[in-house]
Design a protein around this ligand. Structure first.
Ligand code: NAD
Ligand code: GLY
Length: 361
């Protein structure tokens, strides 16, 4: 078991990673002194696989538990779902000290964190992430959000959890597609910050795809550590430090939105976004063609998409204007200057973006 401390003064918390550690969750929650009434937000897939395990672990330590299931889709990240859940929490909340457990992937985590941030102006919440993507990325750092029809993650707050508890044994039921999706964010960490991790992935990608526990344990620990270091330096993305985590996300989010969140999943879209950002980087002479090739090869070896199908080019260009990093009409891209190094560049001409994107069709 590994304990990583994310240091943010009075908002500091532990990220605990390990294998088969669910029986230790309740004692870590007890230490936080956040109450005995656990409101668990999850979905039927996760509940079917692990609901009893979580319930048993909490009840053994005399927690009251209430499970709330939402639909297993990105559409659950909506203000309508949040509103229904908040009413349910208010009904449950009679003479209680409620805290929320986000038990699921990034969809559940973003939604549950958002609800925790606004109910009674903020109640404590704990992440128990169940996807690779959530364990390496979305559960850490306090970005909470729901989507609007107008764009992804447009409504949300920075609101830190009190604990992140990642048991890699829960990943064994993930489909290969979901493992790949998480690997996209892991590749991102290699490109933006960690050449050694990138090299490790190049050598061990098959073990990852086979969900080998030792490989998963290594990357969950390593990525959690990198993310904690970044977030504690720039919690609210104000100093151009946290911004680098958005490598591949400008075009990636646009691909997700242009496909109405029904085509490519988050990791797949980010993989395509990283391909586009890397090509723009090469075009700007920030990387040479050999580095571009290494990035493209790793994305391909991970079984992630390397070309775009069934999402119209024009819709992606239209959607990319909604990126939260836009400052007025100036866009902002995170580009790579070599494996492990980034640069933030504003105002990339539209023709260069279009050219990079066209090469993916
Ligand atoms: P997800 O939450 O939709 O989960 C993917 C699928 O895996 C779902 O069908 C889910 O039911 C299933 N699943 C979850 N755990 C399982 C398990 N252990 N076994 C079997 N199936 C399981 O998708 P995701 O990729 O985890 O998250 C994507 C979301 O995360 C997007 O909405 C994205 O915007 C968000 N995100 C947020 C941040 C952040 O910093 N807050 C960062 C990255 C992504
Ligand atoms: N996933 C981007 C961030 O947490 O900042």
């Amino acid at each position: 078991m590994k304990i990583i401390k994310l240091k943010l003064k009075d908002r500091s918390y532990n990220i605990i990673t390990g294998r088969n550690i669910m029986n230790r969750l309740a004692s870590y929650i007890s230490e936080l002194n956040i109450g005995k009434d656990a409101y668990i937000i999850t979905n039927s897939t996760i509940n079917r696989n692990y609901g009893k395990l979580l319930s048993k672990a909490l009840k053994k330590h005399k927690f009251n538990v209430r499970f709330k299931l939402v639909k297993d889709t990105e559409a659950s990240k909506s203000i309508e779902t949040a509103s229904l859940i908040i009413k349910d929490i208010a009904n449950f909340d009679k003479k209680k000290r409620i805290f929320i457990i986000a038990f699921g992937g990034g969809v559940i985590g973003d939604l549950a964190g958002f609800i925790a941030s606004i109910y009674k102006r903020g109640i404590p919440y704990v992440h128990v992430p169940t996807t690779l993507l959530a364990q390496v990325d979305s559960s850490i750092g306090g970005k909470t959000a729901v989507d609007l029809r107008e764009g992804k993650n447009l409504l949300g707050a920075f609101y830190q959890p009190r604990l992140v508890f990642s048991d890699t044994a829960l990943l064994k039921t993930l489909s290969v597609r979901q493992i790949r999706s998480g690997l996209a964010e892991v590749i991102k960490y290699g490109i933006i910050k960690d050449p050694q991790l990138f090299g490790y992935l190049e050598k061990n990608i098959k073990a990852m795809l086979a969900s080998k526990q030792s490989a998963l344990g290594f990357i969950v620990g390593r990525c959690s550590h990198i993310k904690a270091l970044i977030v504690q330096q720039d919690e609210r993305e104000e100093k151009k430090i946290r911004t680098i985590l958005n490598f591949g996300h400008t075009i990636g989010h646009a691909i997700e939105a242009a496909g109405n969140y029904a085509g490519y999943n988050h990791g797949e879209a980010i993989a395509l976004g990283m391909m586009a950002a890397s090509r723009i980087s090469e075009k700007r002479n920030l990387i040479n063609s050999a580095t571009l090739q290494r990035i493209e090869n790793l994305i391909g070896e991970a079984g992630l998409p390397t070309s775009i199908k069934n999402v119209p080019f024009g819709n992606i260009i239209k959607s990319h204007y909604r990126d939260k990093k836009f400052i007025g009409s100036r866009n902002r891209f995170v580009l790579t200057k070599g494996i492990g190094k980034t640069v933030i560049v504003d105002n990339i001409p539209l023709n260069i973006i279009k050219e990079a994107l066209k090469r993916l069709f």
